[in-house]
Design a protein around this ligand. Structure first.
Ligand code: G16
Length: 539
C-alpha cells in the first residue's frame, strides 16, 4: 500500500563533488535519506516509464537504505529498478548497467573513498540518463527541492529479498535483481585482450590487488584470479565488509600504506593495484615504485594504441585543473586535444558524450574512458597490465621512459584536514582577492607569471564553473588551492603542487616541491589562519 508521510526539510542536503556525502549517523536521522530521495524524484517529475539502477558498496546502512529506496521508487510510480544482487554494485559497474540498459540513470549508495561503518560516512551518487552523475544545474534544483519538501511517498511492505538473481514486483514496479559482476566482466573482456593477459600471468608475472575490504573484491577475484589465472591469494582484503574492516578505503600512500610497504619489501610482486570503497579509484605500484595518478594518466594516454578498444584512435584526453600537466604534454606531441576541467567526474561526461575525449583522469587516483561515465579502478589496472604484457617492461621502466620522452612533473598534494568551515572559506576568499597582486612577485627562483581562479567554460552546454585558485610560475611550476567537496564534516584545504622538469628526472619528489610548499603556505597564510604547521596528509 502506498503511504504519504509528512516530513520536515533538512537544510544541508547540497551535493558535493561526488554526490551527497554525510556522516552515517546524519544519513540515519529520521526521514533524512527519504527526504533526499523524494527531492530527486520531485525534481525528475513524471516517473512513469522510468527505469533506474540501484546498488551500493556494501557499507553500513546500505541494506536499509536500498530497501527504503526500492519502496519509495515503487510508491512514486517508477516502472522498473535494476538492482545488484545483495544490493552490491561498484560505481563503474553501475554506470555500465545504466548505459547498457538505456536507463534513466541510477543510484549508487556509497561515500566512495570515505571510511564506512556506523561512525563513518555514507553517501548517495545520483546519475541521470548519461550514466554519469548529474550536472550542477540539476543538483542545484534538487537542493532547492530538499529545502521545501514536506512529504514523501513510500510503499508499505516487507523487505524485498535481494539475495537471488530473479525478477519480481513491488506494486506495479518491476524489480530485476542482476549478477553484480557479470556485465562488468563482459565489458572488460570487450575492451582488453584477455588472452594476452592470461599469457602474462602464465609466464610467472605476479601481482597483488587490494580491494580494501570494499566492493571490488568479488569483481577482482572473478577477473584476476578466476579468468586471468593470476593465482589464488592475488586479491587481498577481498570480502566487502560494512565497516571495511576498519580500513579507510582510499587507495593512496597513506591509507593503503600496508600495500605500499609490501611493494617496497623483498616479498613484493611485479605489480600491485588497489581500489577504493566503490571501485572507481585506483593506485598503481611496481616493485619499490609508486606511480602518481597524474603520471599514470599520461602513460595510459601514451599507450592507448596497445588496447584493442582504442587501437583505432581516441578523440582526445582531459584532466582536472589540479591534476599535473603530464597528460597534456603527451596529448600535444600526439596531436590530441587536452581539455582541462574542474574537479568532479561529471565535468568529463559532456566531453565524452560529444566525442571530444576518450580518456580522462584526475590526481585523486581516478582514471577512466568513455566506456562508461564514471572513473574505473579495475579498468585502470587492466590497462596497466596490458601495457606490461605488450611491452614486456616493468612499471618503473614504463614510467621512466615516459618521463624521458615527455618530461617529468614532480607532483604532490597536501591536505589540511578538519578545518573550521568559516576559517577555510575566509582563507580562500582572501586569497582570491590577493591573487591579482601576486603577478610578477618573486619567491627565490620562482616568479609568479599569473594568478587567477580556475574558470571552466563547458564547450558543450555553455555552463561556467569556478573552482580552485591557481598560481602559475614562469618555470611552469604551479600551485593550486581548493576546498574538498567530498568531506562529511568541517573543511579540507587541498594544496596541489607541480614542478615539471625535463632533465632532473631522478630526484626525490618531496625535495623537488619543498620550496613550492613553503611558497604555497606563505601565500595563503596557512599557518597563521589554521594553526597548522604542516599538512595532515601528503600524497
Ligand atoms: C569525487 C569525484 C571525483 C573528484 C573527487 C574530488 O570522487 O567523483 O571526480 O576528483 O571527488 O574529491 P575532493 O573534492 O575531496 O577533492 P569520489 O571517488 O569520492 O567519488
Amino acid at each position: 500500500m502506498i503511504q504519504t508521510k509528512k516530513t520536515t526539510a533538512y537544510t544541508d542536503q547540497k551535493m558535493g563533488t561526488g554526490g551527497l556525502r554525510k556522516k552515517t549517523k546524519v544519513m540515519m536521522q529520521p526521514n533524512y535519506f527519504e527526504n533526499f530521495i523524494q527531492s530527486i524524484f520531485n525534481t525528475i517529475g513524471d516517473m512513469s516509464g522510468k527505469v533506474f539502477v540501484v546498488g551500493g558498496d556494501g557499507r553500513y546502512f546500505n541494506k536499509i537504505a536500498i530497501q527504503k529506496l526500492i519502496k519509495m521508487a515503487a510508491a512514486n510510480g517508477v516502472k522498473k529498478l535494476i538492482v545488484g544482487q545483495n544490493g552490491f554494485l561498484s560505481t563503474p559497474a553501475g554506470s555500465h548497467v545504466m548505459l547498457k540498459n538505456h536507463t534513466n540513470g541510477g543510484f549508487i549508495l556509497s561515500a566512495s573513498h570515505n571510511p564506512g561503518g556506523e561512525n563513518g560516512d555514507f553517501g548517495i551518487k545520483y546519475a541521470n540518463e548519461t550514466g554519469g552523475q548529474v550536472p550542477t544545474s540539476v543538483s542545484d534544483k534538487i537542493y532547492e527541492n530538499t529545502k521545501k519538501i514536506s512529504e514523501y511517498k513510500i510503499f508499505e511492505s516487507e523487505d524485498i529479498d535481494l539475495s537471488k538473481i530473479r525478477t519480481t514486483k513491488l506494486g506495479d514496479m518491476e524489480i530485476e535483481i542482476i549478477d553484480s559482476v557479470k556485465d562488468y566482466v563482459e565489458m572488460m573482456e570487450s575492451i582488453f585482450d584477455f588472452e594476452a593477459l592470461k599469457k602474462l600471468f602464465k609466464s610467472g608475472f605476479t601481482m597483488r590487488f587490494d580491494a580494501m575490504n570494499a566492493v571490488t573484491g568479488p569483481y577482482a577475484i572473478r577477473i584476476f584470479e578466476e579468468i586471468l589465472g593470476a593465482g589464488k591469494g592475488t586479491v587481498t582484503h577481498a570480502v566487502p565488509l560494512p565497516d571495511f574492516g576498519g580500513l579507510h578505503p582510499d587507495p593512496n600512500l597513506i591509507y593503503a600504506k600496508h600495500l605500499v610497504d609490501f611493494m617496497y619489501s623483498d616479498e613484493a610482486t611485479d605489480f600491485a593495484g588497489a581500489n577504493d570503497g566503490d571501485g572507481d579509484r585506483n593506485m598503481i605500484l611496481g616493485r619499490k615504485f609508486f606511480v602518481t595518478p597524474s603520471d599514470s594518466l599520461a602513460i595510459l594516454a601514451d599507450n592507448y594504441h596497445l588496447i584493442p578498444a582504442y587501437k583505432n584512435g581516441i578523440y582526445g584526453v582531459a584532466k582536472s585543473a589540479a591534476t599535473s600537466t603530464a597528460v597534456c604534454r603527451v596529448a600535444e606531441k600526439n596531436n590530441l586535444p587536452c581539455y582541462v576541467v574542474p574537479t568532479g567526474w561529471k565535468y568529463f561526461v559532456n566531453l565524452m558524450d560529444s566525442k571530444r575525449i576518450t580518456l580522462c583522469g584526475e590526481e585523486s587516483f581516478g582514471s577512466g574512458s568513455s566506456h562508461i561515465r564514471e572513473k574505473d579502478g579495475i579498468w585502470a589496472i587492466l590497462f596497466w597490465l596490458s601495457i606490461i604484457a605488450a611491452t614486456g617492461k616493468s612499471v618503473e621502466e614504463i614510467t621512466r621512459e615516459n618521463w624521458k620522452k615527455y618530461g617529468r612533473s614532480y607532483y604532490m598534494r597536501f591536505d589540511f584536514e578538519g578545518l573550521d568551515t568559516e576559517v577555510a572559506d575566509k582563507l580562500m576568499k582572501d586569497l582570491e582577492a590577493k591573487l591579482p597582486s601576486l603577478t610578477g612577485k618573486e619567491y627565490g627562483a620562482y616568479k609568479v607569471s599569473q594568478a587567477a581562479p580556475f574558470v571552466y567554460n563547458d564547450p558543450v552546454d555553455g555552463s561556467v564553473t569556478k573552482n580552485g585558485l591557481v598560481v602559475d610560475f614562469s618555470n611552469q611550476s604551479k600551485i593550486t588551492y581548493r576546498l574538498s567537496g567530498t568531506g562529511s564534516s568541517g573543511a579540507t584545504l587541498r594544496v596541489y603542487l607541480e614542478r615539471p622538469e625535463y632533465k632532473n628526472l631522478d630526484k626525490d619528489t618531496y625535495e623537488m616541491v619543498s620550496d613550492l610548499l613553503k611558497i604555497a603556505m606563505d601565500i595563503a597564510e596557512i599557518q597563521k589562519r589554521t594553526g597548522k604547521t604542516k599538512a595532515d596528509v601528503n600524497t
